[in-house]
Design a protein. Sequence first.
Lengths: 386, 304
Amino acid sequence: MAVPAGPASSNPSQPVKAAPWRDPNAKPYVQIERVTKSFGDFKAVDDISLKIYKGEIFCLLGASGCGKTTLLRMLGGFETPSSGKIYIDGEDMTDVPPYERPVNMMFQSYALFPHMTVEQNVAFGLKQDRVPKAQIQERVATMLDLVKLTDFAKRKPHQLSGGQRQRVALARSLVKRPKLLLLDEPLGALDKKLREHTQFELISIQDKLGVTFVVVTHDQEEAMTLASRIGVMNQGEIVQAGTPSEIYEFPSSKFVADFVGSVNIFEGKLIEDEPEYVRIGSEELGGTIYVSHGISAAPEATVWAAVRPEKVFMSTAPPEGSDNVVRGAVQDIAYLGDLSIYLVKLPTGKIVRVTQPNTSRHAEAITWEQQVYLSWDATSPVVVTR
Amino acid sequence: MRRTPWSQRFGLSGRGLVVLLPYLWLMLFFVVPFVIVLKISFADIDLAIPPYTSLFQWDEKNVLSIKLNLNNYVFLFTNELYFKALINSLKVALVSTLLCLLIGYPMAYGIARAKPATRNLLLLLVILPFWTSLLLRVYAWIGLLKANGVINNILMALGLIHEPLAMLYTPFAMYVGIVYSYLPFLILPLYANLEKMDWQLLEAAEDLGCRPWQAFYKITLPLSRNGILAGSMLVFIPAVGEFVIPALLGGPNALMIGRILWDEFFSNRAWPVASAVAILLLLLLVPFMMWYQGIQARESAGAR
């Protein structure tokens, strides 16, 4: 499949952020080479190779049990790979214990030491390294200032709120200026409002300090917001790695399309397969899908066309053309304020999900049971072969 | 109309009853005997049954005279034997507690870190000795330690020694007995404490630069402080007054306050002096017990 470059690189209005992963000569900061971790017969991580570059926020995204935490723990030194190598900043770290790695971890449970104050927690790693006392004080103070916890320095962890604990954990893991910071579900324990706020705070702190982050999360929204790149994991493998927009707009498989965001997937067969376009006949859709780019698949092969709900247009009048058009009845509507979700039932029984922004306060309402036409641009569907 | 339960007719709720019964029990079997012992400690020795004088006496003309004899206490404080025995008891209890800690901490730690299935088995093995009476277990040690006992026979058969080691009736045997008997009392509260430990804290410590033993020293040890103190008190307090083990294993030279008490009661029939010893011993141990209670309260409150 031909994957055009994602919008991030082609959009001139964005400041040109270096995308070292596109540069074949760029030196990776973290290199994971054919790493496998088995627990008995079970392969938690299965032959993963990955390059992460300096200054990145790389998100490992996947459902629980996909091996993302195991991979993170191998980076931290808490697990040893069954086979393969891990290099950090050019050095072989495969068998180096955690206390000798230039890597720090922010644990999902935060793992704050309950018998120490906030200050002592943050200073712990520096004391361990026998940093001079005056320097410890200064660095701890700077760090507490950065996470806005100066007033809470003398408190014990059980006297803090969830969000404050999360910031103590962050300060504690950053104060040693690690080459690599590992974050295990960093926002998992926070409520939604706080999570959104903290996401941006994390990005700004990372920007300020220039530390490379590897984040594990099961929350795709979190991954999208935080990540420079996302590695989508399934059953111990990285099924796709790319920028958030690449992952979203150009998923390489049904799994990725379905896992990241919501999507309508239509199974079909190639009818026409030209270099510039393909036409897919789909029984599920009860029509044909025209896609304005070529794909590489065997003729007559079963393929899947994935269309995002926000890329489906809904109208009461029939649109022009016969491709990419289908008729259905509105079965359900969910009003979310900023947008509405419509579930439209096709004559074939297939349910199509459509989202429409509520741009007007008095929109002519499409209601339940109404007959509507659904259509989409020829550039919208993504065709995947697996 | 519902019939009022009989307890309520006496102004008692069910909850009150639940609390009342144990208190009645304690009243009957702790407070009353304590008062009796206290009373005897102020009496004088007498050739009678029971062998002490009465505190209360009706003189003629309706005068009740109470005679408090403080000589027993004076005797205790002026006679070196009791002081020595007390110091020795405290020393033995302290050393035993430290030995128990040395052996018991690694065991409790090992059990707490074992897989759940193994954990239950290991705990069962710790509790198992309680299924036999203490006396039998101490007697079993006599069989193991005596001159022609199991240990000596094995060592001699192996050719490691040529004549039996004198182990029984030495301080060594006494310590073996006390440590062996009280070890579970240290392991169980310590295990209960360590079991609640968040082991991820150790990973966090290692992540921040601690070697495993440093992580243990800086994280596990301070966090298990309450468990250590509670377990130590449970060994120390009863070990101070321990009588059976020193008597059976320690030989004639094991000068323990518990033995003195026994001798005063049964050999000398000096009930008043024995009672005074008992009262003093109790007063000595009360601060430790209160400390232990404080630890327990803190532990259950969850504050660390």
